[in-house]
Design a protein around this ligand. Structure first.
Ligand SMILES: CC(C)(COP(=O)(O)OP(=O)(O)OC[C@H]1O[C@@H](n2cnc3c(N)ncnc32)[C@H](O)[C@@H]1OP(=O)(O)O)[C@@H](O)C(=O)NCCC(=O)NCCS
Length: 179
């Protein structure tokens, strides 16, 4: 398990899936705002569940996020679209409603940076988020990401086009937070 100061990132366990499905996937608004594809109903035990892990897929490394104190499951995190030629990847995460606003998201970004830069030797990490997702923007910027651009009306979200912000960080810029 990878450890931050508040949360740990570990492998997805089979019994995480129904919990994550109910708390995150089935929340249509959160799903639609946090993911780039339209929500559709998927049963927790479906082989189409996006929460299922395919260990053969080298471009995606999904984690379950747990509280370090007690090990309670609180969400998902991932390094996605990993490109070993350009040595780049994207960060994604989603915390259960009761786990938000406690500093966990900021800690998840820190742990994913450690995984991307230190464990995987990547050169560049990127985050895309809706321009009104203040918590995500702040969690990224607290970990050294800088805003690189605004994608105007790039995301169709529940009946309207919204802007997205692209944030990036290079390995040489990254300063791990003191534990
Ligand atoms: C986005 C998300 C991962 C952030 O994690 P979090 O644990 O809630 O955020 P943190 O508690 O670490 O807070 C980060 C910062 O944002 C601020 N913040 C938290 N919630 C906020 C809110 N609702 N509105 C404005 N600011 C907020 C915090 O005060 C903190 O700022 P600070 O560093 O100046 O104190 C989490 O809210 C989440 O899972 N949301 C739903 C899914 C999602 O949006 N995923 C990201 C898709 S790109």
């Amino acid at each position: 398990m990878l450890r931050g100061t508040k949360v740990g990132l570990r492998a997805r366990h089979a019994d995480d899936i129904p919990v994550l499905q109910a708390e995150l996937y089935d929340d249509v608004v959160t799903h639609s705002r946090a993911n780039g594809w339209p929500w559709r109903p998927v049963a927790a035990d479906s082989k189409e569940s996006p929460l299922l892990v395919d260990d053969t897929k080298e471009t995606l490394v999904p984690f379950s996020v747990v509280e370090l104190a007690g090990g309670t499951l609180v969400g998902t995190a991932a390094l996605w679209s990993i490109d070993n030629h350009h040595r780049a990847a994207h960060l994604g995460m989603g915390l259960m409603p009761s786990a938000r606003g406690k500093g966990y998201g900021t800690d998840v970004v820190a742990v994913l940076c450690h995984y991307g830069f230190v464990v995987r030797g990547l050169h560049r990490l990127q985050i895309e988020t809706l321009a009104d997702n203040d918590a995500m923007l702040r969690a990224a910027e607290r970990n050294g990401f800088v805003r690189e651009g605004l994608l105007r009306s790039s995301a169709w979200v529940l009946g309207e086009f919204l802007d997205e912000v692209v944030l990036g960080q290079l390995a040489g810029e990254w300063r791990p937070a003191a534990a």
